[in-house]
Ligand binder design. Structure first.
Ligand code: SF4
Ligand code: SF4
Length: 389
């Protein structure tokens, strides 16, 4: 263990801000106060299909940072902002696809990890010692946002996001575990949501459940559009499809209505987070046709280094079909007809539902023709329901 003067903590925070982070704080590496809540959340199955969150090693390492870095003494927590404006017409135009803001540019993991690694190098040079450090950006088994609250960066809003009273919530959190003893910041203990419930009222699927008896915000993850369009690998429950609207990857609604983001969000200065044209409110038909023309591997190549690769080609096409169904325009029929002939039953089934939503005689004709040659039971069921059989 090495003890270093407290002034170093100020220098480290300042250096983090110079490197483009908008917030920086220091937390003690104690076991997470929220780990029991996390365990309850897992036991209640609120994590849906995100099985990696419930693995025993993952849960225990979330409680003990020592297993992530031997002799960890301090944790630097940083916030990196990603807010970008919506393009004109989005999200109101139902013929355009909405992608969550954080996913319109390049993947943030590499961007933040690179900065944290540079920061660790700076600290090693500054202290002239062989530093042990480890950077995490939600890839590691660490409850980053919990550490951020303990480092004074903000509180957990009723929308489950970490909110800073002067910056809102459009930021990623990264942590740097250090074997250097640094004085911690005061945790952010106040709940600044007060009587506000704008996010609960605005959530289209009713996924936000308010605070539990301990004051922690709770979410029914399997109802959340972010989960349904990104993490869920299979069929989107029928009753939830109409509630998804034109959101094809993630959802920002509960942040968009929050008074703190409305007041304080500023467009990010990070070039890597600038929206790619093809992910900045593209026409649904254009996006659908593009995805249909790609193989699974081709999709990964075409969208390399974009967060949307997490959903995969099938997942993205499934989501686009749902959004086309919610648009309900006859203009979508040719794209949906192609999707109804896709190799993946998941895509065909959601295309069938969408054609049923369009509901015109031309759409029903496409469904009837496919019914004759379809052999997959799920797709047959969707076609049958769409045709009212
Ligand atoms: S991300 Fe969207 S669906 Fe999920 S809780 Fe927030 S508003 Fe609801
Ligand atoms: S919208 Fe209101 S209740 Fe929801 S997180 Fe923001 S301040 Fe809290």
């Amino acid at each position: 263990m090495t003890t270093i003067q407290p002034a170093l903590a100020d220098e480290l925070r300042e250096q983090a801000l110079r490197m483009g982070f908008s917030l920086a704080g220091i937390a003690r590496p104690d076991a997470s106060a929220h780990i029991s809540f996390y365990r309850d959340w897992i036991e209640e199955g609120r994590h849906g299909e995100m099985a990696y969150l419930s693995r025993p090693d993952s849960v225990s390492r979330r409680a003990d940072l020592d297993t992530a870095l031997e002799n960890v003494r301090s944790v630097l927590v940083v916030a990196h902002e990603y807010f970008v404006e919506d393009p004109i017409g989005v999200p109101m135009d139902p013929s355009r696809a909405v992608i969550a803001r954080y996913a319109r540019g390049d993947d943030y993991h590499d961007v933040i990890k690179e900065k944290l690694t540079a920061l660790a190098q700076w600290l090693g040079e500054r202290t002239d010692r062989d530093l042990s450090a480890r950077a995490y950006v939600d890839t590691g088994p660490i409850l980053e946002r919990d550490l951020a609250q303990r480092a004074g960066l903000g509180w957990f809003g009723k929308n489950t996001m970490l909110i800073n009273p002067k910056r809102g919530s459009y930021f990623f959190v990264g942590v740097l575990l250090l074997d250097v003893e640094l004085p911690p910041d005061e945790p952010f203990v106040e709940d600044r949501c007060g009587t506000c419930h704008a996010c609960l009222d605005a959530c289209p699927t009713g996924a936000l459940l308010g605070r539990d008896e301990t004051g922690a915000p709770t979410i029914d993850a399997p109802r959340c559009i972010s989960y349904l369009t990104i993490e869920l690998r299979g069929v989107i429950p029928r009753e939830l499809r109409p509630l998804i609207g034109n959101r094809v990857y993630g959802c920002d609604i509960c942040q968009e209505v929050c008074p703190f983001t409305l007041k304080f969000s500023e467009v990010t200065g990070e070039p890597a987070y600038s929206p790619r044209t093809e992910l900045d409110g593209p026409p649904l038909i254009e996006l659908g046709e593009r995805l249909l023309s790609l193989s699974g591997k081709g999709f990964l190549r075409e969208f390399a280094a974009s967060p949307v690769t997490r959903a995969g080609r099938k997942g993205m096409l499934r989501n686009v079909c749902v959004a086309l169904g919610n648009w309900g325009s006859e203009e979508a029929i040719p794209t949906l007809a192609s999707a109804l002939a896709d190799a993946a039953p998941l895509v065909r089934g959601h295309a069938a539902w969408a054609l049923g939503q369009v509901g015109s005689s031309a759409a029903l004709e496409v469904l009837s023709s496919r019914f004759e040659e379809e052999s997959d039971l799920f797709v047959l069921e969707e076609i049958g329901l769409a045709l009212g059989k």
